[in-house]
Design a protein around this ligand. Structure first.
Ligand code: PLP
Length: 445
C-alpha cells in the first residue's frame, strides 16, 4: 500500500478506522506524556515502523531505545515461540534453565567483580534493586545522582532522576542529592568551554560533603547522560567518580539501560570508561523489545545482602520467557558483531551530522559515541540559546517525510535530538535518515 490509499487490508478506509481509534483514545486512555500522536502504528520490522496508512517510517529511536536488533528480529520472535511451548511464567522462587543460562551468559561478558545476577523487568526496577542492595550493604541511605539524570520513575529510581518528573508528586526520598552534570557545551559551573576538566565533579562532592548526614550509600550515573541531552562525560570522569565514592564508603551504580550490549561500540560502556561499578543495571537493550532487565553485583556484596535478609520478590522476577529472549539477543549481538557495527555506522552517522552542522547555524553541537548521538539545536552558535520551537518543528517535518526522531527538551536548558537507529540498520538507511533530516532542517528554517 502507498501513502494516500484510502483502503486497508480489512477493506475499511484508514481514515474511518483512525477516527474510531482516536475516539477510543480520547475516551479511555490516560495521557502519560502529553498528547498522543494523531496516527497509529500497525506494524514494525527491522529499522521501520508502518503507520495505519501503510506509510513506512524510518525509526531513528530504536523504539524506546530497546530495539537495538531492529524491530521483531527473527531470533527474538523464535525465542518467544519456543517459550510459548515451554514455560512463559513461573512462581518467582522456581527457576527454569533459560534463566540460569542467561545469568551465566551475562556473567561471562563481565569482569570477576560482577558475577551475581538477578533478572528483572524494567530499567527502573533494575535501579531499584541496585539502590536497595546498596543501602542494605552499606547501612546508609544517601544517594548521589547527576543533575540531568534519568533512572526511571518508580520511588527509589525516581528520587535519583533529576531530568524530568520531579514537580508535583510530593517529596522524593530523603538523602537523595545531585551533583552537576559534566556538560562541556554548557558548563554547569560556568568554568569550562567545550572541554570538561572535572571541576564540576570536585565541586559537586564538596557540596555533597557539606549536605551529607553521614549515611552514604551510593552514587548512580548513566555512562552517557541520555535523556538529559546525550551528554558524554570526559575521559577520566568515571575513575574519579569511583575514587570519590570509595573515599566516602559509597558504592557506584552504573545504569547502562541504553548503553549496554553494543550501542556504544562495546558490550558495556564502563569497559570504555575505565571504572568497574559495584552494581551494573542493564535493561532496555537486553530484551530486544520485551521487558527484561538485570542488576549485577559482586559475590561479596550479594553475600552481605543475603546475610542481611535481602528480599526482592516481584511477579516477573526470573520469568523464563524474557530470559529466553535475552539469550537470543546476546547470541545475535555476538554473531552479527553488532558492537563493531555500531562503531562503523556511528562514524557514518556522525560524519553526516557534522556535515549538517557545517551547513546549518542552528546545529550548535554534535556529540556521542558508537551509534548514540546528540544534536543540540540553538538559535545561533554564538549565544548558544536553546531552540526548542525549531527543534519541535523540524521533528514534526521529519515525521511527515518518513523519519521518526526523538527530541529531548529540558525546559530552558536544551533541545537535543537523541539519534539512535537500530544497530542492524543498513548504511543506506543511515544515509536515508540523514537526507530526510537535511531536507527537514532546510524546509523548517
Ligand atoms: C538510563 C535509563 N535508566 C532507566 C530507565 C528506566 O527504564 P524503564 O522505563 O524500563 O523503567 C531509562 C528509561 O528511559 C533510562 O534511559
Amino acid at each position: 500500500m502507498t501513502a494516500g490509499d484510502d483502503q486497508d487490508e480489512g477493506g475499511k478506509g484508514w481514515q474511518a478506522r483512525r477516527r474510531e481509534l482516536q475516539a477510543v483514545v480520547e475516551r479511555h486512555m490516560i495521557r502519560y506524556v502529553g498528547d498522543f500522536p494523531p496516527f497509529f502504528i500497525e506494524r514494525a520490522e527491522g529499522a521501520y515502523v508502518y503507520d495505519d496508512r501503510g506509510r513506512q517510517i524510518l525509526d531513528f529511536t530504536s523504539g524506546q531505545m530497546c530495539a537495538t536488533l531492529g524491530h521483531n528480529h527473527p531470533a527474538v520472535v523464535a525465542a518467544i515461540g519456543r517459550s510459548c511451548e515451554r514455560a512463559i511464567h513461573l512462581f518467582s522462587w522456581l527457576l527454569a534453565p533459560e534463566v540460569v543460562a542467561l545469568c551465566r551468559e551475562l556473567a561471562a561478558l563481565l569482569p570477576p567483580q560482577l558475577q551475581k545476577v538477578i533478572l528483572l523487568n524494567t530499567g527502573s526496577e533494575a535501579n531499584e534493586v541496585a539502590l536497595r542492595m546498596a543501602k542494605l550493604a552499606t547501612g546508609g541511605h544517601e544517594v548521589i545522582g547527576l543533575s540531568a539524570s534519568f533512572h526511571g520513575l518508580t520511588g527509589g529510581a525516581g528520587a535519583a532522576t533529576y531530568s524530568v518528573g520531579r514537580r508535583g508528586y510530593g517529596p522524593g526520598l530523603p538523602g537523595n542529592l545531585a551533583i552537576p552534570t559534566p556538560n562541556a557545551y554548557r558548563c554547569p559551573i560556568r568554568h569550562c568551554t567545550d572541554a570538561c576538566d572535572l571541576s564540576c565533579l570536585e565541586v559537586g562532592f564538596e557540596l555533597i560533603d557539606s549536605q551529607s548526614a553521614g549515611q552514604p550509600a551510593a552514587a548512580i550515573a548513566e555512562p552517557i547522560i541520555s535523556t538529559g541531552g546525550v551528554i558524554v562525560p570526559p575521559a577520566g570522569y568515571f575513575p574519579r567518580l569511583k575514587e570519590l565514592c570509595e573515599a566516602r564508603g559509597m558504592l557506584l551504580i552504573l545504569d547502562e539501560a541504553q548503553t549496554a550490549f553494543g550501542r556504544v561500540g562495546a558490550n558495556f560502556a564502563f569497559e570504555q570508561d575505565g571504572a568497574v561499578p559495584d552494581f551494573l543495571a542493564v535493561s532496555k537493550t537486553l530484551g530486544g523489545g520485551i521487558p527484561l532487565a538485570a542488576a549485577v553485583t559482586s559475590a561479596e556484596l550479594e553475600e552481605r545482602c543475603y546475610e542481611r535478609g535481602f528480599v526482592h520478590v516481584t511477579s516477573h522476577v526470573s520469568d523464563p520467557l524474557p530470559a529466553a529472549v535475552g539469550l537470543a539477543v546476546l547470541e545475535v549481538l555476538a554473531r552479527e558483531r553488532l558492537a563493531e557495527r555500531a562503531v562503523m555506522l556511528g562514524e557514518r552517522l556522525a560524519a553526516g551530522l557534522r556535515d549538517l552542522q557545517q551547513r546549518y547555524e542552528v546545529i550548535g553541537d554534535v556529540r556521542g559515541r558508537g551509534l548514540l548521538w546528540g544534536v543540540e539545536l540553538v538559535t545561533d552558535r554564538q549565544s548558544r540559546t536553546p531552540n526548542p520551537e525549531l527543534g519541535a518543528r523540524i521533528t514534526r517535518r521529519c515525521l511527515e517525510l518518513g523519519l521518526s526522531m526523538n527530541i529531548v527538551s529540558l525546559p530552558g536548558l536544551a533541545s537535543v535530538w537523541r539519534i539512535a537507529p537500530p544497530l542492524t540498520a543498513s548504511e543506506r538507511q543511515i544515509d536515508d535518515g540523514l537526507a530526510i533530516l537535511d531536507q527537514a532542517v532546510g524546509q523548517s528554517l
